[in-house]
Design a binder for this molecule. Structure first.
Ligand code: ZN
Length: 262
């Protein structure tokens, strides 16, 4: 008998929003768009749409607001960081990665493409091209029936955003859900999903700090959809490699060289 998996159908869903929270404190434009921080705008977007209990965490808090107990109690984590990825303690990044492998959902936003937890889970550089030129972004809906696209039309437009261009150095996704076109001519895979261990990872591109992107109704809907989609299906540490007893008679259950080695 295998152990019964620990089902996590918690209600309300426990969401932790990590935000670096530096631009908002250092730049007047960003502060005026996101009073209280990007994490507060995201928190409201979720609370308006889902049955959630939201915790916020920021870089300068002890353990970046992500001690083991907080991570253990999180069903889905959101991650926004940009200028201080290198200040994120490696042990905390490992803690987040490990929680995803056990079953926690992780939604990585915008410049989180270079965040430590995301790079650990992807195993690639996470590199891309970028340009800040106040240009239009149009995001195309490739999978209208996908749960991430609930309430989303054929496309959505953001009047001004930072450009991200291919090639985005990530592994081939399990699902490619949106592609962006930018006024300057580039395209970018803007909404993608991966399974890692028992967990789900979602990357969603828009959200440069000097634009009001996280006040956009459709962007907020997609982030809420992502939280719902990435909720744990089960939460279990599958890191061990047990020596497994046979279910049926096998010719030589106690192989001598195996016993000698142990
Ligand atoms: Zn940016």
């Amino acid at each position: 008998m295998t152990d019964e998996p620990t089902m996590t159908t918690s209600s309300p869903l426990k969401v932790t929003i990590f935000n670096e929270y530096l631009h908002e404190l250092e730049n007047e434009t960003v502060a005026s768009i996101y009073p209280g921080g990007i994490h507060l705008a995201l928190k409201r977007a979720l609370e308006e749409r889902l049955d959630v209990e939201v915790t916020t965490a920021t870089l300068r808090q002890d353990d970046h607001g992500l001690p083991q107990a907080v991570v253990d109690g999180t069903d889905v984590m959101l991650w926004w960081g940009h200028k201080a990825h290198g200040e994120v303690d490696d042990a905390v990044a490992e803690r987040v990665k490990s929680a995803v492998l056990d079953g926690m959902g992780l939604i990585v936003l915008h410049s989180g493409h270079l965040s430590r937890p995301f790079l650990k889970l992807m195993g690639t550089h996470g590199s891309l091209k970028w340009r800040e030129a106040d240009e239009k972004e149009r995001l195309w809906n490739l999978q209208p029936a996908h749960p991430l696209m609930r309430g989303v039309g054929d496309y959505l437009e953001l009047a001004q955003e930072e450009m991200y261009g291919e090639r985005f150095d990530v592994p081939e996704p399990d699902e490619l859900v949106m592609i962006s076109w930018f006024q300057g001519g580039e395209v970018f895979r803007s909404l993608m999903t991966w399974r890692r261990g028992n967990g789900r990872v979602v990357y969603f591109r828009p959200g440069h700090e000097t634009y009001p992107t996280y006040h956009d109704k459709t962007v907020r809907q997609i982030i809420a959809n992502a939280v719902s989609y990435a909720r744990p299906q089960l939460r279990r540490d599958d890191s061990s490699c047990p020596d497994s007893a046979a279910l049926e008679a096998v010719p030589n259950p106690g192989k001598k060289h195996v016993l000698d080695a142990s």
